[in-house]
Ligand binder design. Structure first.
Ligand code: FES
Length: 146
């Protein structure tokens, strides 16, 4: 059993401690905004915030998260009101939308740590978009940081 807080709610997962956080969120908590892309920590689709830092939830076993505070895309804001979500909509970033939750979580964490991120910091985001929306994503980051 592993206890943690997910989007402000206390959760006790009665799952194998080796279960990746991604599957606990999606299968046990029905928080399906967090996506499964590569499953190996390389695409960023499963990015969530744990204790203030981004993690790829496919690579983190829940057994290592006792007492952790987890935020998923569902818990980032009410009514998609986070500045990154607003900028995302204003710049019409969404195409297929699969990378969107992970990108938004990563950008939200980046802007919290660095309100005016450098191009290098933006380029260092580990998230991938297969649709080619990177120019719109860059504009959304600039808009959210403004
Ligand atoms: Fe976790 Fe790709 S699914 S990084």
């Amino acid at each position: 059993m592993t206890s943690m807080t997910v989007n402000g709610q206390a959760i006790r997962y009665q799952l194998d401690p080796a279960t990746p956080l991604l599957w606990a969120l999606r299968d046990a908590s029905n928080l399906t905004g967090t996506k499964h892309g590569c499953g190996t920590g390389r695409c960023g689709a499963c990015t969530v915030i744990v204790d203030g830092r981004t993690v790829t939830s496919c690579t983190v076993a829940i057994g290592t998260l006792e007492g952790a505070e987890v935020t998923t895309i569902e818990g980032l804001s009410a009514n998609r009101g986070h500045p990154v979500q607003q900028a995302w909509a204003a710049e019409q970033v969404s195409q297929c939308g699969f990378c969107e939750p992970g990108f938004i979580m990563a950008i939200a964490a980046l802007l919290r740590a660095s309100p005016r991120p450098t191009p290098e910091q933006v380029a260092a985001l580990p998230n991938l978009c297969a649709c080619g929306a990177q120019p719109r994503i860059a504009r959304a980051i600039a808009r959210a940081a403004a």
